[in-house]
Design a protein. Structure first.
Length: 386
């Protein structure tokens, strides 16, 4: 077995009957494979767990003998440490891409473990942000720097950046369960989230009146559908989330409230006032359609409430008002009427006190105003007594 050199490699001729090897006498286990077709490649050969394993480390012409010998030394050194590079290479060669795993994640994991709204959010983030960034990469190749890069490139949209990494973290945890990656290899660990500035927007009394008048006008002149206008009215008067009103069914409505079989926090009862029942009583149910807020498609609810909302808020001169701000405004007006934070939390269906705590500053403002009014009343009495 001579030391492999460029001259020996170039001189090796094919045997039309079989493949054969020319082994190097300097690095044991390193050699040249000459195929019947005449193609040549550098190989390593070793034993692992009682079996002989071979692995190609480069074709002649794309890698030099000396470079191949250096690679062979590194790989055979790993073998001496108990590793099996040939098996690792085979696993990597057949590894799924991130996009392939996303398909399985969306088809198997998400429908079983997530609510419909979350399922839609996962699908949108994967379609718009994750697939374009790393979808073609092997799932086994993704490292923490790759995730950090994706996160950094979305820094101008901190909420979406954080959400995409959170979704990827769930996906990579599932990869470990499915055997696509080693345990404890989740590359999303230790990625520091961007600060998300909460946006608090509440309707003033004047803005509330202007919005309500705009809804009445749009419904009357038919520039917007009655279904859309009623949806926004119900959102204002119940404090419900958009999806809860959008998918509201007639079967959920009882004399003592609205009973939602499922919501972000599970099944819940929504306490409603007379004004809500008046709005519901004025809506004519559509035959063979179980929904209150009906859409154009037979048997379905109104699917898009964002487009009409943008038109309505523009007419009402409230360009920065989001649909979710109607829920915040419901809480604000409730606090102004004297309700406690605990009572507001119950009306909104919060299961944790810290969720309602976001409105604590409003409660303090209204309490301060109430104290001022009380003080003034006392002083008026004292002045009258003099």
């Amino acid at each position: 077995m001579p030391k492999l050199t460029k001259k020996i490699v170039d001189a090796a001729k094919s045997d039309k009957e079989r493949d054969y090897f020319v082994w190097d006498d300097e690095v044991i286990g390193f050699g040249l494979r000459v195929m019947r077709s005449g193609r040549k490649s550098f190989q390593i050969q070793y034993r692992h767990s009682g079996r002989t394993r071979r692995m190609s480390i480069g074709k002649q012409g794309t890698i030099t003998v000396e470079t191949a010998r250096k690679k062979a030394k590194v790989l055979l050194g790993r073998v001496s440490d108990g590793e099996n590079p040939a098996e690792e290479h085979a696993v990597h060669r057949t590894a799924l891409t991130v996009s392939d795993v996303c398909d399985r994640f969306l088809n198997e994991y998400v429908p079983t473990h997530c609510k419909k709204r979350t399922e839609e959010e996962y699908g949108r983030a994967i379609r718009l942000h994750i697939r374009p960034a790393i979808g073609n990469r092997k799932i086994t190749d993704i490292t923490r720097p790759d995730i950090a890069k994706l996160h950094h490139e979305m820094r101008k949209r901190p909420y979406q950046a954080n959400r995409s990494v959170a979704i990827l973290s769930v996906l990579f945890n599932q990869c470990e369960i499915w055997g696509f990656r080693q345990d404890g290899s989740n590359p999303c660990r230790h990625i520091q989230k961007y600060e998300e500035k909460s946006r608090e927007r509440y309707l003033s009394r004047e803005e509330l009146k202007r919005l309500w008048e705009t809804l009445d006008k749009c419904e009357k002149d038919k520039s917007e559908s009655s279904a859309a206008c009623n949806a926004y009215r119900l959102l204002l008067l119940t404090g419900c989330r958009l999806s809860e009103i959008q998918t509201l069914k007639w079967d959920y409505i009882k004399d003592d409230g609205i009973y939602l079989p499922d919501s972000k926090t599970g099944a819940k009862r929504v306490h409603v006032g007379k004004a809500v029942h008046n709005i519901l009583d004025a809506i004519n149910p559509i035959e063979d359609n179980p929904y209150v807020i009906v859409g154009a498609v037979k048997g379905h609810h109104l699917n898009n409430l964002q487009k009409p909302w943008r038109r309505i808020r523009k007419k009402a001169k409230l360009p920065d008002l989001r649909i979710h701000d109607l829920r915040h405004s419901f809480a604000s007006f409730g606090l102004a009427s004297g309700l406690s934070l605990a009572e507001i939390g119950k009306l909104l269906g919060h299961t944790q006190a810290q969720t309602t705590a976001r409105y604590a500053h409003l409660a303090d403002e209204y309490a301060a105003k109430a104290a001022e009014r009380t003080t003034e009343a006392i002083l008026d009495i004292l002045d009258a007594a003099e």
